[in-house]
Design a protein around this ligand. Sequence first.
Ligand code: CP
Ligand code: NVA
Length: 303
Amino acid sequence: MRHFLSLKDFTKDEILDILAIARDIKSGKLVPKLKAKSLAMIFEKSSTRTRVSFEVGAAQLGMYPLFLSSRDIQLGRGEPMKDTARVISRMVDMVMIRTFEHARLEEFAAYSKVPVINGLSDDFHPVQLMADYLTLQELGRDTNPVVAWIGDGNNMANSLLMLASKLGFELRIATPKGYEVAQKWVNLANGFAASSGANIRFSNDPHEAAKGATVVATDVWTSMGQEDENEIRLRDFAGFSVDRALMNRAAAGAVLLHCLPAHRGEEVSDEVFEANAETIFLEAENRLHAQKGIMVWLDRQRA
Ligand code: CP
Ligand code: NVA
C-alpha cells in the first residue's frame, strides 16, 4: 500500500502521472468516483487551503470528508499516534494529516491500514508542491524552468528540493546563514539529481539565486510552530524579501509562486505580491485539483 508522505518516495513518472490525473480532472476529461468512501483529515496545525481543498475535493470525488482537529480529538490530549492510527484506519478509507514532526506522520502510516497523505509536516509539504508544479504546467512554464527559492530552508524548500531533484530541473536555494536546508535532505537530493540531471545550487545570496530565474518561489519566514522565533527571524531574514529589485534580477516575465498565507512586507513586498496575484491564486486553486489527483492515484494503487 502506498502513502503520500514525501516526494522523496516517488519516481518522476509517478509524480507526472498524478499531475496528469489532476489535469484531466480539472479539464473535466476525467470524472472519477473513488472506491474509497471516506477521508479523515487530522489537523494539529491551522489551515485554510489544505482543509478546504481536501474537504471539497473528497466530496467531489464522492467521498465523505471528516474534519478532525487535534483540539477536539483525544490525540490532542496525548493519545498516541499509533493508537489513533489503529482506530481511525479501521473506520475510514484514507487519511490526511497535518502535524509537527515528520516522524509522527511516519508513525501513523506504519500503523495505518489505509493510505496516509501528508497535509504538511515540519519537514515536508508535498501536496502543495503538486499544486505548484500543476500551475507551472498550466502556465507553460514547466519546460526547463530555472527556479529560485528565496527564504527559509523549511518544509516548502525541502519539498521543492525533492521535486527538482526528481524531475530534473534547475533549482537555486538562497537562505540566510543558519537557515539552510538540512544536510540530510541535501545529500538525498544530490543522489536523486545524479540520475535526473537536476542542477541544484545552494547559497546565502538571494540576488545571485534570482539572476535569470524563470520562477521565483518564497514562503513565510516563521512557520507554524516557530512563533517564538518570530522576532529573531525578522532580523535574520533582512535582505531576503522578494521585492521589485529582486524580481528585476529574474528573467523577463518570471512568475512568483507563494504557497500562502503571505506576510506582505516580510518575505514579499505588497507590490510584487499583487503584481503576481493571478499566478498565486491560480496556484491556490490548483490545490483542489492536485489534491484530487493524489487521492485518485492512491485509490487506484489499492485496486
Ligand atoms: N498553503 C497551505 O498549505 O495553506 P494552509 O496552511 O491554509 O492550508
Ligand atoms: N512553511 C509554512 C507553510 C504554510 C503553508 C508553515 O509550515 O507554516
